[in-house]
Design a protein. Sequence first.
Length: 99
Amino acid sequence: MFKSVLSTLLISVALVGCANQRFNVAGEVTDTTAAKSEDSQSFFVNGIGQKQTIDAAKACGGAAKVGGVAVEQAPMDVLLGMVTLGIYTPRTARVYCKA
């Protein structure tokens, strides 16, 4: 009984911590749109004072073909951050291109 309650609590905490930022450049990027590029970005100590750059034009073959960019903390990213006590906090970046 205790193990099931504890596992449910841990899963709930991990899922609540997810975050997602989307920047639509042209049109609406939906959840069903396939990402052209997906990359895991490494941050340390919650990314304080750190930045990463994504070249969306390079991934899509030109700036006019960029549909949007999304950066999120996926459940696996949150889990890695929890296991390392916030020392290593990765984020997943995706680039969406126009069809």
